[in-house]
Design a protein around this ligand. Structure first.
Ligand code: HEC
Length: 133
């Protein structure tokens, strides 16, 4: 009986050690405000999670147009549509048509930064990003 318990414990430890370490970015340098957004701990960590403020705003506002099969002429977008650096460029340069025509204005500047935090943190290839600032 004891041996079986030890064996199960051994399996659990082996499994835990085999899990890849979460190397999501710990922070994000916001080019517009020149501030370092700490995403590793504190309120911004929660806000930048899929169910946090940034994740929700992306779903409700951005994907309100950018969903599959929409009739607004918007391409389907999800968090992995772009790399973290490319998402930063979207918010820094505000080059998309929708950023210029006022479609983003339901979000205040802090909310936009939180959407940016969320997309940066979980974007394509974000697992391999190191420190940003
Ligand atoms: C009112 C509808 C609408 C809303 C809301 C909206 N967009 Fe757009 N967006 C568009 C349209 C239309 C285009 C131009 C067609 C295209 O390229 O998808 C566009 C273009 C883009 C592009 C360029 C396309 C690409 O693949 O690179 C990006 C990036 C983008 N939007 C991101 C966002 C983000 C981020 C938000 C939320 C902050 C947002 N959009 C909210 C309608 C919208």
């Amino acid at each position: 009986m004891r041996n079986i318990l030890f064996f199960i414990l051994f399996l659990m430890i082996t499994w835990a050690l085999a899990q890849p370490a979460d190397a999501r970015p710990k922070n994000r340098l916001d080019a517009t405000t020149k501030t370092c957004r700490v995403l590793e701990s504190g309120p911004l960590e929660w806000a930048s999670r899929p169910w946090g403020e940034g994740g929700k705003a992306f779903k409700e506002v951005c994907q309100g147009c950018h969903f599959k099969g929409n009739d607004r002429g918007a391409t389907f977008l999800w968090v992995e549509s772009k790399t973290s650096a490319a998402w930063n460029r979207v918010f820094e340069q505000k080059y998309p048509k929708c950023a210029k025509d006022g479609s983003w204005e339901v979000l205040d500047p802090e909310q936009k930064m939180r959407v940016n935090d969320y997309l940066f943190r979980w974007g394509k290839n974000s697992q391999s990003l190191g420190d940003n600032c």
